[in-house]
Ligand binder design. Structure first.
Ligand SMILES: C=CC1=C(C)c2cc3[nH]c(cc4nc(cc5[nH]c(cc1n2)c(C)c5CCC(=O)O)C(CCC(=O)O)=C4C)c(C)c3C=C
Ligand SMILES: [Fe+2]
Length: 389
């Protein structure tokens, strides 16, 4: 039976300016276009100028306007328009644009300080370690800059990334990009919990907009963490995780539920009745075995077993056609924000990579780590101002 109807998708505008960047605690929209960029210029001034132009375009597009001041049809007929036009007539659709800086922007692989900002490299941007089972493809991993575009209309999200890439011509080039549909997390208690492509509710025990104290402790970076320019920002980990859905679909319901430690219908922890009931990791079944197995996903990922670490997960489902072997190229584009990945994502992923029974059905093929600065506070401010000033 259908669950109570979810509220219609928000198609209004999310404020662009603010203390924190939009697109982090903003109630997760339904669609994603994520892009990682390589910076191809050596000229610091050109890069900063592009970030200024990106900011102006982002501020306009998130409010449902054209990327440039002339617009898709308002400029000189002899010149290319300063907006590509495919979002003409569409509402803002909850569009948020969130920027992040990768480690390679500070120092390249040879250790060269490319833009005079190597001394600003945050300790928390330490390269992620190799985890057992990682099958990372370099061409779809890392990058100098990223932009996460989320919206409730895919055309609006794609339009935004396309126009930023257009503006950045000659300064940046897209290294890889990822489309996502069907958010796999709730980031607010006003949202119903969506389902991932394994059919389970995902995002039940996520950090949420309403958890003010937890967000202060575990989401937002502070000046005293070491990189003053990151105060009010957050660190994003992205992982493209392929699911072998065909194998999963031949697994029994009991086995699927044991793998996650939750039931599939309601999403309740095994041994409990309702989705938001607290899991009881000590409860044993009639056979004397733990109701939630030692190697169940929700036990291994739970803060109680990871030194209290929480994550704000904000991932999306993806299906990128088929792989030529009759299988869907499908999975989860995992995204998680946090104050310090060394204390949050890394220990949680270590424990999952070591023992999670889900590993039989998934493979991490892409990875990225991004320093997402605080919000742009108004006219005159721009993406990267604190980093480059
Ligand atoms: C390193 C972090 C995590 C990765 C990678 C990850 C992959 C992954 N997760 C699911 C599905 C579910 N995850 C659930 C809970 C959950 N997952 C993580 C972390 C990672 N998951 C955390 C921190 C939690 C919450 C744990 C807790 O506090 O109870 C759930 C249960 C519902 C929920 O609480 O969200 C599901 C379902 C998939 C399919 C996947 C890789 C493809
Ligand atoms: Fe998970």
């Amino acid at each position: 039976d259908p669950e109570p109807a979810a509220a219609p998708a928000f198609d209004g505008a999310v404020p662009f300016f603010g203390e924190h960047q939009a697109g982090i605690v903003t109630p997760a929209q339904d669609r994603l276009h994520f892009a990682a960029f390589d910076v191809i210029t050596k000229d610091r001034a050109k890069l900063v100028e592009m970030l200024r132009e990106w900011t102006a375009a982002a501020a306009r597009m998130t409010q449902g306007r054209d990327a440039g001041t002339l617009g898709a049809v308002g400029g000189q007929p002899e010149a290319p328009p300063d907006d590509t036009g495919e979002a003409l007539g569409l509402p803002p659709s909850g569009l948020t644009l969130t920027i992040g800086f990768g480690r390679s922007l500070f120092r390249d692989a040879a250790g060269v300080d490319r833009f005079g900002i190597a001394d600003r490299l945050p300790a928390a941007l330490e390269a992620l370690p190799h985890f057992p089972g990682d099958a990372l493809r370099p061409e779809i991993s890392d990058g100098d800059l990223c932009v996460q575009a989320c919206a409730n209309d895919p055309q609006v999200a794609v339009h935004a990334i396309r126009n930023l890439a257009r503006i950045g011509f000659g300064v940046v080039s897209i290294r890889y990009s990822q489309l996502g549909f069907g958010r796999t997390s709730s980031t607010s208690r006003t949202q119903t919990t969506p389902r991932n492509l394994m059919g389970f509710k995902d995002g039940t025990r996520n950090m949420k907009l309403e958890d003010a104290e937890l967000l202060r402790e575990q989401l937002w970076a502070r000046a005293e963490d070491g990189a003053a320019w990151m105060a009010g920002g957050s660190y994003l980990v992205t992982r493209r995780i392929r699911m072998t859905v065909e194998t999963w679909d031949r697994t029994s319901l009991t086995e699927q539920e044991a793998i996650f430690g939750r039931d599939k219908g309601e999403g309740a922890p095994l041994g409990k009745a309702k989705e938001f009931d607290e899991p009881d990791f000590d409860a044993k079944g009639a056979d004397g075995q733990p109701m939630i197995a030692k190697e169940a996903h929700i036990r291994l990922a739970h803060p109680d077993f990871n030194n209290g670490a929480h994550l704000l997960r904000r991932g999306y489902n993806f299906v990128d056609g088929t792989d030529g072997l009759g299988r869907l190229d499908a999975g989860l584009f995992f995204m998680a924000y946090q104050r310090d990945p060394r204390k949050q994502f890394v220990p949680v992923q270590r424990s999952l990579a070591r023992a999670d029974v889900l590993n039989e059905y998934i493979r991490h093929v892409s990875s990225g780590l991004w320093a997402c600065p605080a919000g742009v506070t108004g006219d005159g401010d721009h993406w990267g101002r604190a980093l480059f000033s």
